[in-house]
Design a protein around this ligand. Structure first.
Ligand SMILES: Nc1ncnc2c1ncn2[C@@H]1O[C@H](COP(=O)(O)OP(=O)(O)OP(=O)(O)O)[C@@H](O)[C@H]1O
Length: 947
């Protein structure tokens, strides 16, 4: 075991594009390869002079300039560490620097296939397997790899990412270690790369690309990654074993929080990362200031894991990566200062050996001898002290020393006080008694420290458990809150639904109430309707009765009037029964004539009588002719009167029409706004016009008939005149016959014959006359009837006309009539409306009933739904609880399975694969190497994020 300083090397990368764009210039000067000079430009803002330059010099074990190759770095700073680890030492390689300073480039490189640019880790792996190959054949090696990351002060196993908060433990044998970290056995570089590829996939990298322009690197690693390679070797001949552990650490960016522009969660993260780096700085400070007895390894996970690497059992190399640019001069300065401080740390590296039995025996023997020597030395010292204490003197040549004890050359004079106490308090007279200081043996102290560490680990573990428990409690509380929220929501929904239900019920009650009300209204309306209908019927009946009574009266009056007129008119014809009388006389005369003829010749008296009678009949005929003349004159007068009446009627009709039009127009104008009255008037007008037209037509027909009748009468009159003239002629003939009778008695027979003939013709004429008279009388009667009827109808028309005139003139009456008609109409309308309302209400009632039934059904269905929903909710709740439980269990299973799977995925790493040194596996290596090379050819990128 020997004290050795941490090796610190410094590497500058070339300026990147951001620095160039921002106008950065290289400010580093690497001249001798071990020191770097930084030209820092200080601008005095107050003085208007250009800035002055100050020069800082930093010396390291090695300084690599911007153009340094990866191989060079490896050769100088790393290769020896690999050899040490293979030899059984612990080794650590740190890469420290700001984001984008080239830490990952240095550790991993840009591409594994790129022989030139691959980083130190692939080179280390290759070197390890190379060293194993070079080892003696009796040496058996096992190589284990683990890969972890410290993110937000949590240790996460990158080969088993479900383990994201692993505890750190320490024990006597293993030292400080991460408990539960997956260690994978590997037998080739390819397997190591595979392990690292898998681990790299799980790395947490926060991209701050949106800050790229103004700030730092695009892929800013926010976590510390640690690759741990453990090499164990065993001498198969002696059984002696050694193990070396190599930590390859890519630290997170060391820049100040503000520089990355990170904020929010990233800011929180940066603070925690900074905490780790601050703790690292504190550990380095305390290790190097020479005063501090306490090293705060426990302040962060990083320093705790790397405890042995800093001031402990490790050969450590720190690579500080810097930017050469003026743009990052402050970060570069602080990085360089960090490196300078770390350089003074002293480590005590030792080989971690497991001795063989022979070695152990030898060691025991040696230790026992040493123990005897020490025992003798102590006894000698105690003897010497005893002399001194008793006030005696011991010559300097006899003083007990370790060398003499080792040579077994101790003076015998010194009394042996084997039973002397280990220490005695020194009592001074002039001072108060001091508190006895317990001097602990070194082993005891170490034991105490170890115990303390163990206890601290237990505390840390408990804290983790506590944190996990708290997390679980938080999750459960969250779930509980969620469930409570759900419950609350459901209760609210439930309440809302019940209030809705209540509303619906209220509505239902209201509807049923309204429906009852409507039924009552319908009933009352029906009754009113019936009453109105009855009233209407009565009115109609009375109206019909009145009309019929009026008609009967009118008819009776008409008949009576007609009879009177006829009587009056017929009284004018043959008032004294003269015609009948004369006719009778003629008949009598004819009879007598017949008798005389049968009895003998006619006497002169008889003839005189006959002549007298004849003259009488002649005068009567003249009278009759006069009467006929008078009648015809009367008829003409009547005709002219009728014509007058007709013209008057026509003019009156025209007047009436004009008046009617005028009145209607006035009425229309007056009742312009009242459509009902206008309608009534127009209807009335139409009715009247219609009535008037029919009447006019009737009268026209009658007039036509009368005209025809008059013509016929004329004809009859002509006939009658002809008959009269015949009678005259017969009479004249009779007179002449009478006159000639006394002079010609001889020709009596001839005269008799003539008389006979005359008598016959007279009888014939009389019969004709009789017939004609009858016909005449009949015609006359008919004509009289017609005239009477005509007069009556004329009177009626006049009356009607007067009525119409009165009606059109009498506004009040008209209004009344219109009002009455309107009333009637309104009543009819009301009746109609009532009937309609009734039917509508019936329909509505039916509808409302249907709706009511539907609503009842809906309510029932809603209630069922509500109940269902509640039941479902309860069952869902139960199911959810069960699911939650199942999910928890599954999660637990998955976690365990995942860890098992992770192990399974890296199945090549579950079993230790001993490798023989000196060609024990060299036989199979070329083949493996070939396949590895083949695999490499196929791969373009072996780690995510590597270009
Ligand atoms: N020595 C170098 N030569 C050429 N390019 C380099 C060198 N060092 C770094 N780079 C390039 O600079 C960029 C940033 O480097 P890298 O990712 O290694 O930085 P980092 O310090 O690991 O950043 P972070 O802290 O964010 O992980 C990369 O593109 C890398 O290829």
């Amino acid at each position: 075991m020997s004290g050795n300083n941490i090796k610190v090397v410094c590497r500058f990368r070339p300026q990147n594009s951001i620095e160039l764009r921002e106008g950065g210039v290289p400010i580093v000067d690497v001249t001798d390869g071990v020191s770097v000079q930084l030209k820092v430009r200080v601008i005095r803002l107050l003085a208007p002079r250009p800035g002055r330059e100050t020069q800082d010099m930093f010396a390291f074990d090695k300084v690599f300039g911007m153009e340094t190759e990866q191989q060079e770095i490896f050769e100088y700073s790393i290769k020896s560490i690999v050899d040490d680890v293979v030899a059984g030492y612990n080794g650590t390689v740190f890469a420290y620097g700001q984001t984008g300073s080239g830490k990952t480039f240095t550790m991993m490189g840009s591409d594994i296939d790129d022989e030139r640019n691959k980083g130190i880790i692939p080179r280390i792996v290759e070197q390890i397997f190379q060293s194993i190959l070079m080892a003696p054949a009796n040496m058996e090696f096992t190589v284990k790899v683990s890969y972890m990351e410290i993110y937000m002060e949590k240790v996460r196993d990158l080969l088993n990412p479900s383990q994201d908060n692993l505890p750190i433990h320490e024990d006597k044998l293993k030292g400080v270690y991460v408990k539960g970290l997956l260690e994978v056995y590997v037998a080739s570089t390819e397997e190591v790369f595979e392990v690292m590829r898998r681990g790299g996939n799980a790395r947490v990298v926060a991209y701050t690309s949106k800050y790229l322009d103004r700030h730092m690197n695009a892929e800013s690693s926010r976590s510390h990654s640690i690759v741990q390679i453990t090499i164990t070797q065993k001498n198969l001949d002696t059984g002696a074993a050694k193990s070396g552990k190599l930590y390859l650490v890519d630290l997170a960016g060391s820049e100040k929080v503000g520089k990355t522009g990170a904020s929010g969660q990233t800011l929180e993260e940066a603070k925690k990362i900074n905490k780790s780096l601050t703790a690292l700085g504190m550990v380095i400070n305390n290790l190097t200031d020479g005063k501090s007895s306490h090293i705060p390894y426990r302040d962060s996970k990083l320093t705790r894991i790397l405890q042995e690497s800093l001031g402990g059992n490790s050969r450590t190399t720190l690579i500080i990566n810097c930017s050469p640019s003026s743009y990052n001069e402050q970060e570069t300065l602080s990085t360089l200062r960090f490196g300078i401080r770390a350089k003074t740390i002293k480590n005590k590296a030792k080989v971690n050996v497991d001795l063989s039995p022979a070695e152990l025996k030898a060691l025991l023997k040696r230790v026992k001898a040493e123990a005897v020597t020490y025992q003798q030395y102590i006894s000698a010292l105690e003897g010497e002290i005893g002399i001194w204490r008793q006030g005696g003197q011991v010559p300097e040549a006899s003083w007990v020393t370790m060398e003499r004890a080792a040579k077994n050359d101790l003076p015998q004079a010194v009394p042996q006080q084997a039973t002397a106490p280990a220490f005695k308090p020194i009592v001074s007279d002039d001072s108060r008694p001091a508190t006895p200081a317990l001097v602990l043996e070194k082993d005891e102290r170490e034991e105490f420290l170890r115990r303390e560490n163990e206890l601290m680990d237990q505390i840390a573990e408990k804290e983790t458990d506590l944190a996990n428990g708290e997390k679980l409690v938080a999750t459960i509380t969250e779930e509980l809150n969620y469930l409570k929220d759900q419950d609350k929501n459901l209760t609210t929904e439930n309440q809302a639904m019940s209030s809705e239900l209540n509303d619906v019920k209220h509505q239902l009650q209201k509807i049923s109430y309204e429906s009852k009300e409507s039924a009552i209204t319908v009933e009352s309306l029906r009754e009113t309707n019936q009453e109105l209908q009855a009233e209407l019927e009565e009115l109609k009946k009375s109206l019909t009765a009145m009309r019929s009574a009026q008609k009967v009266n009118v008819d009776e009056e008409k008949i009576k009037r007609k009879a009177d007129k006829m009587a009056e008119m017929m009284a004018g014809f043959d008032p004294s029964g003269e015609i009948s009388e004369k006719e009778k006389q003629i008949r009598d005369a004819l009879y007598k004539f017949d008798l005389e003829k049968s009895s003998g010749p006619i006497s002169l008296e008889d003839i005189a009588q006959l002549r007298k009678e004849l003259s009488d009949s002649k005068s009567m005929l003249e009278q009759h002719e006069n009467l006929i003349k008078n009648l015809s004159e009367d008829k003409e007068g009547l005709e002219s009167k009728r014509t007058d009446l007709e013209t008057r009627l026509t003019s009156l009709e025209m007047e009436y029409e004009e008046l009617l039009d005028k009145t209607i127009a006035e009425e229309e104008e007056a009742f312009n706004r009242n459509t009902d009255i206008a309608e009534t008037i127009s209807e009335l007008k139409v009715k009247l016009e219609h009535q008037y037209a029919s009447k006019k037509e009737l009268q026209q027909k009658e007039i036509e008939e009368l005209k025809k009748e008059v013509e016929r009468k004329n004809e009859e009159y002509q006939k009658l005149s002809t008959a009269m003239s015949d009678l005259k002629r017969a009479n004249e003939e009779l007179q002449s016959a009478i006159a000639s009778k006394p002079s010609s008695t001889g020709s009596m027979s001839e005269k008799e014959k003539d008389l006979e003939r005359m008598r016959k013709s007279m009888a014939q004429q009389l019969a004709d006359f009789e017939v004609m008279k009858k016909a005449l009388m009949r015609d006359l009667q008919n004509r009289c009837e017609k005239v009477v009827e005509l007069e009556i109808s004329l009177d009626e028309t006049r009356e009607q006309y007067n009525n119409a005139l009165r009606a059109s003139n009498n506004k009040a009456q008209q209004k009344k009539m219109a009002f009455l008609e309107r009333n009637l109409e309104q009543l009819t309308n009301v009746q109609k409306q009532l009937v309609e309302q009734n039917s509508t209400l019936k329909k509505e009632v039916a509808l409302a009933e249907r709706k009511l039934t539907a609503r009842n059904e809906r309510i029932q269905s809603l209630e069922t739904l509500l109940q269902d929903a509640q039941e479902r909710l309860i069952s869902q709740n139960q199911k959810f609880e069960a699911q939650l439980q199942a999910v928890r269990e599954r999660l637990e299973q998955a976690r365990t399975q995942k860890s098992q799977n992770a192990m399974a995925a890296l199945n090549f790493g579950r079993i230790a694969k001993p490798l023989r040194g000196g060609g024990a596996v060299a036989d199979s290596e070329p083949a493996a190497g070939n396949s590895a090379a083949e695999k490499r050819d196929k791969r373009t990128s072996w780690l995510p994020g590597f270009r």
